[in-house]
Design a protein around this ligand. Structure first.
Ligand code: GAR
Length: 186
């Protein structure tokens, strides 16, 4: 059984990264995290890479990000890129180079609420349900083929923070489930 070599892109707290790391401890989980790349020096998620001895790279230069990322990804023979709270839009060129090999998690039931400030917009719209979506990344923002969606009912007393907490608990399950779904060994 050969696990696929994955790189996780992060920008922030990295709690999705942490949950994927936990899943990789399972012998049957189909990927191994060979690299973490952050575009923010201050991203707390880098601490998970350190804690679990995963090689990591911080690339803060906006213009050179993709160039350097590509170099190290090729060097390490990365086969899959997982965006986990990576808050930058990748160029069309980059996405084309890794067509079908980049996946992302978004904190809404896509195609609803693409883009930023999701929880606030969901609450303002008085939605009854929300959730998260894991999808393939294509050239359009939050638009690629959906792998998994998970849904929760919105408690009408929820504020933004509570909604975020509830959705993120779903995300941890959804991301690993999606990875198993598309990469599991047959
Ligand atoms: C997650 O909720 C993820 O869905 C969201 O950022 C958060 C990152 O949390 N991503 C987006 O909004 C992408 N458009 P984490 O850094 O703790 O995993």
């Amino acid at each position: 059984m050969v696990k696929k070599k994955a790189c996780i892109f992060i920008s922030g707290s990295g709690t999705n990264l942490k949950s994927i790391i936990k899943s990789t401890r399972d012998y049957n989980f189909p990927i191994n995290i060979e690299l973490v790349i952050s575009n923010k020096k201050t991203a707390k998620g880098i601490n998970y890479a350190k804690k679990y001895s995963i090689p990591y790279q911080t690339i803060t230069d906006k213009k050179k990000f993709e160039h350097f990322a590509l170099r190290i990804i090729r060097l390490k023979k990365i086969q899959i890129i997982c965006l986990a709270g990576f808050m930058r839009v990748l160029s069309k060129d980059f996405v084309r180079k890794f067509k079908g090999k980049i996946i992302n998690i978004h904190p809404s039931l896509l195609p609803k609420f693409k883009g930023l400030d999701t929880f606030n917009r969901v609450l303002k719209a008085k939605e009854k349900f929300t959730g998260c979506t894991v999808h393939f990344v294509n050239e359009k923002l939050d638009n690629g083929k959906i792998i998994i969606k998970k849904k929760i009912a919105i408690n009408k007393f929820f504020d933004e923070k509570e909604l975020k907490n509830s959705v993120q608990i779903l995300e941890y399950k959804a991301y690993s489930e999606a990875i198993r779904k598309i990469y599991s060994f047959s």
